[in-house]
Each structure stands twice: as C-alpha cells, then as structure tokens.
Ligand binder design. Structure first.
Ligand code: 5GP
Ligand code: ZN
Length: 113
C-alpha cells in the first residue's frame, strides 16, 4: 500500500484526526492554503472523482455533510468556505485518493481556474 492517504487511514502515517467513523476520515492538510484547510476522505481507496461508482454516492453525501459540520465547528460557517475536489492532472490532483478540501478563514480568491 503506497497511497499516503490509505496510510493515514491505517494509522501508519500520523495525522491529527479531526473526525472519523467507519467510512470517513478528516484531518488537516499538511500544507494549509487557508486558516482552515481540512481534507475529508473516504476510508475506501477511490483513486479520483472519476472513479466514483453509484455505490459510493452515499459516502460522498456524508463527506459533504461532514464538511458543513467541520465548518461550523471551526467557526467559519457564517464567514464562508469553499469545498474543492481536484480530479486528474489538469486540476492539480496530486494524491490519487479521492479527497474533499474544506477551505476557509480568509477571503478566498475569486478565480476558480
Ligand atoms: P490535491 O492537489 O491532490 O487535491 O491535494 C492533495 C493535498 O494533500 C495537498 O493539499 C497536500 O498538501 C496534502 N497532503 C499531501 N500529503 C499529505 C500528508 O502526508 N498529510 C497531510 N495531512 N496532507 C497531505
Ligand atoms: Zn488510498
């Protein structure tokens, strides 16, 4: 298993676990781009958004709900936040394990690309 996020799921790479249950883990990004920068991932190794199956849709929904809860917990619910999923090379996906970025705590760039 050489996937860094699978290693975090397995506890082989230490990380500050902000939330976990049987399907999902959330932890801070190692190189935060904003005061709040959390990664939310499925425990299951899904290489990218493009590999999402019908059966994975409930866990995606739960990841989005968790992002909202973590935004609330982090005090950025009112100020605003952004969820980002990079898929593939042109989007800048570096880690080939599906993840949702939760970004907030500062005014984010107007540009999406
Ligand atoms: P991507 O560009 O694939 O959407 O984002 C991958 C993110 O994972 C990057 O923001 C990067 O900083 C983060 N990252 C890469 N390796 C690690 C790690 O070992 N621990 C944590 N917490 N974040 C990581
Ligand atoms: Zn993985």
């Amino acid at each position: 298993m050489d996937c860094i996020f699978c290693q975090i799921v397995a506890g082989k790479v230490p990380s500050q676990i902000l939330y976990q249950d049987e399907e999902i883990v959330a932890f801070p990004d190692i190189r935060p781009l904003a005061p709040t920068h959390v990664l939310i991932i499925p425990k299951k190794h899904i290489p990218s958004l493009a590999h999402l199956s019908e059966a994975d849709l409930p866990v995606m929904g739960r990841m989005v709900k968790l992002a909202n809860q973590l935004a609330q917990r982090g005090g950025i619910s009112q100020s605003g936040y952004r969820l980002v999923i990079n898929c593939g090379g042109d989007a800048g996906q570096i880690v080939p394990h599906l993840h949702l970025h939760l970004l907030g705590g500062r005014r984010l760039s107007d540009a999406l690309g």
